[in-house]
Design a protein around this ligand. Structure first.
Ligand SMILES: C[S@@+](CC[C@H](N)C(=O)[O-])C[C@H]1O[C@@H](n2cnc3c(N)ncnc32)[C@H](O)[C@@H]1O
Length: 291
């Protein structure tokens, strides 16, 4: 199982892009700068870049109040979060309480942050709105406690919290972020966008994008002047919106749901350059290897 820097299990998490992005930042003379991820989710890639010293500041945003609450709690209340991790009962009673809190959440709160972590560690595939591993009867081969290693999670929270002054968190829409926040981050800030995928997104997250939203995001990116990178599923809408940027392909993670290897798209723009051989031959081996 890949070892990630983020405490969250997150569907379609991009920790595996760390070797590629670290190398792309270096090749573009952008190591040590600001990295913004406005569809941050589990933020595994952002955390790897920050903890490995490839960037000096990370700006995270997500439209799901639970995700924003979680990253705010890591920054502002890490010891309270660790206390929750250390003592929470890993059972269906807690699961139900967290699920109901998540489902009814209107805004970020510390309780919601704890629910977000609990559900991401106990649900199938880390999907916040899914059922627990092992099902509601806890009769399957997996139990909901199987991915909740208290010591490991506390260590991850503390290692990120040690860099809290280099992390900003916002609860907002990514297209609004690109219009209003991204231009204030400085000319060298790299924005990495990993929107809910056109085909699979609606089943995985509380918030996903309509076709109009995908188009509005493409327009906002077209207006953005700094460097940006974007990952997406390979589908006609993405090829229509981003074809002019010369999108590249990279292998998707193999999952039980997908059952076969598929490709995803990566767009680099705003002056961000790929390697002479596109994403580089080594990328394929590095990016799929566990971090
Ligand atoms: C593909 S996931 C991002 C995964 C992330 N890159 C990772 O490595 O874990 C997409 C994320 O976008 C968020 N989201 C959906 N609609 C959004 C919007 N309009 N603005 C900002 N975030 C949004 C979802 O809550 C979800 O966390």
């Amino acid at each position: 199982m890949p070892v990630t820097k983020t405490p969250l299990r997150y569907p379609d998490g991009k920790s595996r892009l760390f070797p590629l992005m670290a190398r792309l930042l270096a090749a573009n003379g952008l190591t040590g700068g600001t990295w913004a991820e406005p569809f941050c989710g589990g933020a595994g890639l952002s955390m790897a870049l920050l903890l490995e010293g490839c960037v000096s500041r990370v700006v995270l945003a997500d439209a799901d109040p639970a995700v924003a609450a979680f990253w705010q709690a890591v920054r502002e209340r890490p010891e309270d979060l660790c206390a929750f991790i250390g003592r929470v009962d890993l059972d269906l009673v807690t699961w139900r309480r967290c699920h109901d809190l998540w489902a009814g959440a209107a805004e970020p709160s510390f309780g919601l942050a704890c629910a977000c972590l609990f559900l991401s560690r106990t649900n199938r595939a880390g999907i916040l709105g899914a059922r627990p591993m092992g099902g509601m009867g806890q009769t399957g081969p997996w139990a909901l406690s199987d991915r909740f290693n208290r010591q490991d999670l506390e260590a991850k929270v503390r290692s990120i919290a040690a860099l809290a002054d280099r992390i900003e968190v916002r609860w907002c829409d990514a297209t609004a972020f690109m219009a209003k926040v991204a231009p204030t981050l400085g000319p060298d800030a790299v924005c990495y966008l990993d929107p809910p995928y056109v085909a699979a997104g609606p089943g995985l997250y509380r918030r996903s994008l309509s076709e109009g939203d995908h188009r509005a995001l493409a327009e906002a990116l077209g207006r953005h002047r700094g460097p940006w990178a974007l990952s997406y599923d390979a589908c006609p809408l993405v090829d229509e919106l981003y074809g002019p940027y010369g999108p590249m392909s990279f292998p998707a993670t193999y999952t039980a749901q997908r059952k076969r290897a598929v490709e995803e798209r990566l767009v680099l723009a705003g002056g961000l350059r790929a390697f002479k051989d596109g994403l580089g031959k080594a990328f394929v081996e590095d990016a799929v290897a566990p971090l």
